[in-house]
Design a protein around this ligand. Structure first.
Ligand SMILES: Cc1ncc(COP(=O)(O)O)c(C=O)c1O
Length: 403
């Protein structure tokens, strides 16, 4: 099983290219959660996520002949960029198989880091089969994203940094996809100080770990569905699972809505952009998915910041809805002059700002003497939403909340 000395050995190799990312105390999240929260900002890592650490440790420990033959991997996301940059820095050629429909921004970034991108298949599984074929045909080494001890050891260097920067740490919260990240971090932490608690977090729509731990063997999901694409994995790897069983204290899940709220708070209050897979760690704390004491020193690992703008827009909108900052309502008015004005007066009196308004007389669902109005509103939080809805209902409007 992975040991502390593997992680310590990885350190110099990782530091050749990876940044030592900051660990920052957060007043906002400490206040919101009651814990003493220090954020490990791995979203500021080179290539935008922690993946460069494991990739670097794997690639620099290849033999001269293996380096000469090059590496190959399959990834639709962060691992692609980590492997591309690590290989380039180690003077090794890399081929990265990405699904045909991988986001253009990720394909471009992988090329920019020096990887040769091969577009193949419609999803990760098809890309992976192609990468295995290239491995066999070209004699390249396959760099697994998580089921590899040197990759896990590289990711574990985050644990060493946390202990050095915050020796009083009591709980570390880590996202789980294939389990490489948490197994590395848990090994570094527990072997140094077994009093530190390690909590793993998965998305509800991709959560196999709690079940696997209960049953004592890896359980694979038939499908996954989450906005946290970096951790949308059907099961953890064998090597990570061995470590998780031994060294991870709890595995919890968060919903996509909770992830969206955490991500939106991070942007708004800490000016910190993370991707869904990273926001789950903070979401687990804010939504009390595990018990903690008042003032407990907690470190959520914000594992990456690579989120495309379309996804970000959707997630932030959901975050605003969940926190009562965006409201879409539908009501029916008599189709007569002044009816809309009366409605808008109530909205204006309560200082809700109107983003958009639809006024429709043609809907088949309403009487011919009526008109349907849909309002998109900017609101100030859940209390404000309640005030507005009560005021409208008190004035006799029937209101449906659409989002
Ligand atoms: C941003 C981010 N966080 C967390 C993870 C989970 O890491 P692991 O698959 O090693 O569990 C990933 C995996 O790709 C990721 O990209």
């Amino acid at each position: 099983m992975l040991s502390l000395s593997d992680v310590l050995d990885a350190r110099d190799r990782v530091e050749e290219v990876a940044r030592r990312t900051p660990l920052e105390y957060s007043h906002t999240f400490s206040e919101l959660s009651g814990a003493s929260v220090h954020l490990k900002l791995e979203n500021f890592q080179r290539t935008g996520s922690f993946k460069i650490r494991g990739a670097m440790n794997r690639i620099t420990t290849l033999s001269a002949a293996e380096k000469e033959a090059g590496v190959v991997t399959a990834s639709a996301g962060n691992h692609a960029q980590g492997v591309a940059l690590a290989a380039t820095r180690a003077g090794v050629e890399s081929k990265i198989v990405m699904p045909k429909y991988a986001p253009t921004s990720k394909i471009k970034a992988t090329r920019r880091y020096g990887g040769e991108v091969v577009l193949h298949g419609i999803d990760y599984n098809e890309a992976q089969s192609k990468a295995r074929e290239i491995e066999r045909e070209e004699g390249r080494t396959y760099v697994h994203a998580f089921d590899d001890e040197r990759v896990m050891a590289g990711q574990g260097t985050i644990g060493l940094e946390i202990l050095e920067d915050c020796p009083e740490v009591e709980t570390v919260i880590v996202p789980i996809g294939g389990g490489g990240l948490i197994s590395g971090i848990a090994t570094a932490l527990k072997e140094r100080d077994d009093g530190v608690r390690v909590v793993g977090v998965q998305a509800e729509g991709a959560s196999s770990v709690a079940d696997s731990l209960n049953k004592g063997s890896i359980q694979e999901l038939d499908s996954v569905d989450t906005i946290a694409d970096g951790i949308a994995t059907r099961c953890v790897g064998e090597r990570p699972f061995e470590v998780i069983r031994e060294r991870v204290d709890e595995a919890v899940t968060v919903s996509d809505e909770e992830t969206a709220v955490a991500l939106t708070y991070l942007l708004e209050r800490s000016k910190t952009l993370v991707e869904g897979a990273a926001a789950v760690a903070l979401a687990a704390l804010l939504f009390r998915k595990f018990d903690h004491d008042e003032g407990e020193v907690v470190v959520p690992v914000l594992s990456g910041g690579n989120i495309d703008l379309n996804t970000l827009t959707t997630v932030v909108m959901r975050g605003l809805v969940e926190t009562g900052r965006y409201l879409k309502i539908r009501t029916i008015l008599r189709d007569r002059p002044g009816a809309l004005e009366n409605l808008l007066e109530i909205v204006a009196d309560l200082q809700a700002n109107i983003y958009a308004i639809q006024h429709d007389r043609t809907s088949r669902d309403i009487a011919m003497s009526d008109t349907e109005v849909v309002l998109d509103l900017e609101t100030r939080g859940e209390e404000h939403v309640e005030q507005l809805l009560s005021a409208l209902r008190e004035h006799g409007y029937e209101v449906d909340v659409l989002v």
